[in-house]
Design a binder for this molecule. Structure first.
Ligand code: R5P
Length: 293
């Protein structure tokens, strides 16, 4: 306990120097509370304003996906290169070392698999468990336009946002695009906007080759793009470049990283595009230089 007497006198009051209010730069986030901003600052690099999230939550709907059969063996070397890890609580507790000290985007919606009816989800993780796991974000699927599950998944999203706001944990609204829907700018802009209007602090959606800047421009919060199915490495880097150039604040990429010929080289190449503004060709060169044959 501090002593009451004999202390050095306070004298350095900076009289005449106005106290600065620092602007919180992340899109749409200036009016959030401190805890929410602190968590978002762990996800989005405050210098570049961007993020490379590594998504490896696929098992919750797909089981042991190619590249994720043994997360301890194949994913472990990648984790240190990611800005944020997106996974389920099962994998987090069993396979991700807490000593890594990485922000977690915790998959909290659950309820169906590729074997049955995708999108029939609930909130499978209570907010208390997200807090226990020190989640920096909660990821909730939202199937805008799905005739059966739109209402259900929008309600899940709203519940997560409600609970997250109570405790200062942002919600990542994950746009699920069913086979019956077209991944064009018109649909993606509508779906992203619905998720943001309901209060999601970050939106995850897909890139589209035409008009993607309309999707990001009309979404008041940051958008991160999903990588989608595996394509050649250079093509994936081109998609990341185009998405960032058109306003995305990062990637939440899975298969195009962990299914690459050399996943550790690939995540570093993706970082080069997202954080260093590298051209895809230069990042691909970096990939080939780092690649261990
Ligand atoms: C789907 O199961 C998850 O939300 C994935 O995190 C998401 O699809 C991103 O992974 P990918 O880049 O493989 O599409």
């Amino acid at each position: 306990m501090a002593e009451e007497t004999g202390n050095k006198s306070a004298a350095d009051f900076g009289i005449g120097v106005p106290q600065k209010n620092e602007l919180y730069e992340l899109k749409g986030a200036n009016n959030y509370d401190w805890g929410m901003k602190d968590r978002l600052s762990r996800v989005f690099n405050p210098k570049s304003g961007k993020t490379v999230m590594l998504a490896f939550d696929h098992g919750y709907i797909m089981g042991p996906t190619s590249g994720l059969e043994r997360i301890d063996l194949t994913l472990r070397p990648l984790l240190e290169h990611a800005d944020c890890l997106m996974c389920t609580r099962g994998v987090l507790r069993s396979l991700v070392p807490p000593t890594l000290n990485k922000p977690i985007s915790l998959r909290t919606s659950a309820g169906s698999t590729v074997l049955t009816e995708l999108n029939e989800e609930c909130l499978g993780v209570e907010i208390e468990d997200a807090i226990r796991l020190n989640a920096s974000m909660m990821a909730v699927m939202c199937a805008v336009g799905n005739k059966r599950f739109e209402g259900l998944t929008v309600r899940n999203l709203c519940k997560s946002i409600e609970m997250g706001n109570r405790y200062g944990i942002p919600t990542l609204g994950v746009n699920a695009v069913g086979k019956e829907l077209t991944r064009d700018a018109r649909y993606l802009a509508l779906a992203a906007r619905v998720v943001a209007e309901n209060g999601a602090q970050v939106v995850k959606t897909y890139f589209c080759s035409e008009g993607f800047e309309q999707v990001t421009a009309s979404c008041p919060v940051p958008i991160v793009i999903a990588g989608g199915k595996k394509v050649p490495e250079l093509d994936a880097l081109k998609v990341a470049r185009a998405a960032i150039d058109q306003g995305a604040k990062g990637v939440d990429m899975g298969r195009n990283i962990f299914q690459a010929d050399d996943p550790v080289a690939m995540i570093q190449a993706v970082r080069h595009v997202v954080h260093d503004n590298a051209k895809p060709e230069d990042a691909f060169q970096m990939y080939n230089d780092l690649k261990t044959s």
